[in-house]
Design a protein around this ligand. Structure first.
Ligand code: C2E
Ligand code: CA
Ligand code: CA
Ligand code: CA
Length: 276
């Protein structure tokens, strides 16, 4: 009925304006987040599939605000990306991660064969001054770029292909390597894998979740691992929570595993304990 239709419409309208207002409130609070020390990084280990030895970590952003408490990056990163704030926060992430890496590296706790992975949003990558920013920060903290890995998503490679290729090559020249995050969930072709300096494929958690029980997911994981083998890329499984998954992934030959089974993302001092 018309009445019902109108009610439904009003419901959606309210729902949408509520979302819009939450978005605006978050955006407002995010403006001061860096200067108010509300941002921090946590680190999640990536372990060797056979030895369980820690081969590196992924740095993940956390935001703790007085009004909102802890907000998930899945919610606030898109808000940052919708404004120019992502550049400021992204810069802070790099500065903070490099500073922590320098500390571990000089203390002899971070080995040469370990990689620290940092998530880079598409907008950051397209920022005109990004490469220079990275170069300046590497010099400031005096760390070997070979210890640093940038995680990017496939979709960023679809548009602005030429610009992105140039940026990736420039950063590779500095010594930084690249991982494709959430591999298999994007809309791109695989052609970029032979053109771009990609070293790591991270298999998305959605394929790992049921890789022990669902034939289709298992087939997808197998295919990704075979691409890695053929192209000489390192494979990482994300979101490994159960021992059954670990065994399955060991059988299939996935190089590195990351997930709650080994550790949640933890603050720097706790990560340090894991290194001992
Ligand atoms: P992502 O890059 O795919 O990161 C993996 C997410 O899975 C993280 O969520 C991590 O905490 C979570 N995770 C890891 N192992 C497990 C597991 O075994 N089970 C489950 N259920 N989850 C697991 P988080 O930290 O909430 O981050 C969400 C997303 O926010 C990230 O997804 C990434 O896209 C984005 N993000 C986080 N930090 C940054 C950052 O510094 N910069 C940018 N641009 N994006 C970031
Ligand atoms: Ca990631
Ligand atoms: Ca991921
Ligand atoms: Ca993911």
């Amino acid at each position: 009925s018309k009445e019902k239709g109108r009610n439904l419409y009003t419901f959606f309208e309210q729902e949408m304006s509520q979302q819009a207002s939450r978005h605006l409130q978050l955006l407002n609070s995010l403006r001061g987040a860096v200067s108010n020390n509300e941002m921090s990084l946590v680190y999640q280990p990536k372990v060797d599939m056979h030895s369980n030895k820690i081969m590196g970590a992924e740095a993940l952003l956390r935001w703790n605000n007085n009004d909102f408490g802890f907000v998930s990056p899945a919610e606030f990163i898109p808000v940052l990306e919708g404004s120019s704030l992502i550049s400021q926060v992204g810069h802070w992430v790099l500065d903070q991660a490099f500073s922590q890496l320098k500390y571990w590296y000089s203390a002899g706790q971070w080995r040469e064969d370990m990689g620290l992975a940092i998530n880079i949003s598409p907008k950051q990558l397209l920022d005109k001054s990004f490469v220079e920013q990275v170069e300046v920060l590497l010099a400031k903290h005096d760390i070997p770029a070979s210890l640093v890995e940038f995680e990017i998503t496939e979709n960023v490679l679809v548009e602005n292909t030429e610009r992105i290729t140039q940026v990736l090559l420039q950063l590779t020249e500095l010594g930084i390597s690249f991982s494709i995050d959430d591999f298999g969930t994007g809309y791109s072709s695989l052609a970029y894998l032979k053109k771009l300096p990609i070293e790591v494929l991270k298999i998305d958690k959605s394929f790992i979740d049921h890789c022990t029980t669902e034939g289709n997911d298992q087939a997808i994981v197998r295919s990704i691992l075979s691409i890695c083998n053929e192209l000489g890329l390192t494979s990482v499984a994300e979101g490994v929570e159960y021992q059954e998954q670990q065994h399955q992934l060991q059988d299939m030959g996935c190089d590195l595993l990351q997930g709650y089974l080994f550790s949640r993302p933890v603050p720097a001092d706790e990560f340090e304990m894991l290194l001992k």
